[in-house]
Ligand binder design. Sequence first.
Ligand SMILES: N[C@@H](CCC(=O)N[C@@H](CS)C(=O)NCC(=O)O)C(=O)O
Length: 208
Amino acid sequence: MALTIYGIAFSRAFRSLWAVNELGLDYTHVPTHFMKESKQPDYLAVNPNGRVPAMVDGDLVLFESMAINLYLARTYGAPLSIEDAADEARAVQWSFWGVTELESTLLRAMFTSLGLFGEEADPEKANETLNKGCGRALGVLDRHLDGRDWLVGGSFSVADLNVAGVLNLARTGRLDLSRWPNVSGWLDRCYDRPGARKTLEMARSARG
Ligand SMILES: N[C@@H](CCC(=O)N[C@@H](CS)C(=O)NCC(=O)O)C(=O)O
């Protein structure tokens, strides 16, 4: 099968759609919703976890947004790929770091900020959750970005896309990142890219 990305754009599928848009690839997008559609037998045959995103490229079927993006970078090259093996390992490090150190707190804070899933919208409480749950990690990222434009090597890569993709939850939730100015500046640089803008537009129009 030709390269196919499953998952509606306003979900973690955003990350893999951003990757294929950044790479300028021809791909099929199947906008599977993460509620009922992802639990249908035809989708479960692709991703038995019933979650999005998933990717099919020829004989390869993958789930997990970070893994999909690392594969796309290695397979399809610039601007996401990383030549140096040590830097590629650093991209894997930052990708794991994003999903283990940031993601669950960011999700909770986004729900609180926007009043989703039965919560009352409370931006102040959301930012408290952010500071408490992610303060240490965001401090680490902020110090890493001091004097650097990009996470790994000298240019934008899959490392930036994966971590900035996780931090899209903070942007969507309008969380206050001003305590971490290097992180804020770097996120702006990442989201200013045409690939990111195109994917944000896909997410906007899918929300309706
Ligand atoms: N670790 C997975 C998480 C995927 C995930 O949980 N996606 C959500 C949508 S944002 C989903 O499909 N939820 C449906 C469910 O949990 O049943 C990844 O990064 O790809």
